[in-house]
Design a binder for this molecule. Structure first.
Ligand code: SF4
Length: 268
């Protein structure tokens, strides 16, 4: 698929999302939030659902949690324009409540189609509801900072899933914010490993063998794998065009040691 074809496919999905009435969340939304980003990226971030600011603007992660996500990306030398950002539900749950299982299920086909179109090497889940979609049965406190081979049924073929806390949780709790900076510093390593694994899987597949990356179902998906912070290399480009600068240092000394400013503290 060419970049133009990928962009057109994503816009077609977005058009359907903006007028969708598949679940009750359409009744209270201002604007649906399909997602946005580089259609050629190798990394997709999946949050939980739009908040008040996102609902107003129709764009994902534009509130204070979005500000922290931008800071986290900046920690490894990336920007939000380098990745694709979306949510498991595209319309705001009233009062920022958790999305209900039937709402997540109703919205799932949109995310699956987005992932099938983007075909990312890495899917980064933000928060427990997003993690639950890709790492069922895991607890966010255990899963954050770890990887798992994506179940192709999620739409992400030959991808690696990497779990992180939701930035809103990091804004509420300084300890989670610190862990989020540690986790995001691992993403360049995760991407490098994911590229190698999918290249091998596709080589084996072309040769007619069984691709080790392509789990045939969630029951066969391997357990989450810890990623060593010590192994984090410099960030590499996310697309064929080297638009992403090198990662910043990821040592503990480079992590912020102060709490966020008061104006950064909010759920969305
Ligand atoms: S949350 Fe998803 S399924 Fe529900 S109305 Fe919005 S776009 Fe449609």
């Amino acid at each position: 698929m060419t970049d133009a074809e990928r962009r057109a496919a994503l816009e077609e999905i977005a058009g359907e999302v903006r007028v969708c009435t598949r679940c009750r969340l359409h009744e209270t939304r201002t604007k649906a939030v399909p997602g946005e980003g580089d259609p050629s990226t190798e990394v997709v971030f999946v949050g939980e659902g739009p908040g008040m600011n996102e609902d107003r603007e129709g764009r994902p992660f534009v509130g204070r949690a979005g500000g922290l996500l931008v800071n986290l990306l900046g920690h490894i030398g990336w920007s939000r324009e380098d990745v694709f950002i979306t949510n498991i539900v595209k319309c705001r749950p009233p009062g920022n409540r958790d999305p209900e299982p039937d709402e997540i299920a109703a919205c799932a086909p949109y995310l699956e189609r987005q992932l099938a179109t983007l075909d990312p090497s890495v899917v980064v889940t933000l928060g427990r509801h997003s993690m639950g979609r890709f790492m069922p049965g895991m607890r966010i406190s255990q899963a954050h900072g770890t990887t798992r081979v994506a179940d192709p049924a999620t739409g992400a073929r030959d991808a690696t899933v990497f779990a992180m806390y939701h930035p809103a949780a990091a804004l509420r709790t300084p300890g989670i914010e610190r862990e989020s900076y540690e986790d995001v510093a691992l993403i360049p390593t995760v991407l490098t490993d994911a590229r190698a694994r999918r290249a091998e899987a596709r080589r084996v597949s072309r040769a007619g063998g069984v691709a080790p990356i392509a789990a045939s179902g969630s029951a066969e998906t391997p357990d989450a794998e810890p990623v060593s912070a010590d192994a984090a290399p410099q960030a590499e480009p996310l697309t064929a065009d080297p638009i992403v600068p090198a990662a910043q240092p990821t040592s503990a000394a480079a992590l912020p040691d102060t709490e966020p400013a008061a104006d950064q503290l909010s759920l969305f």
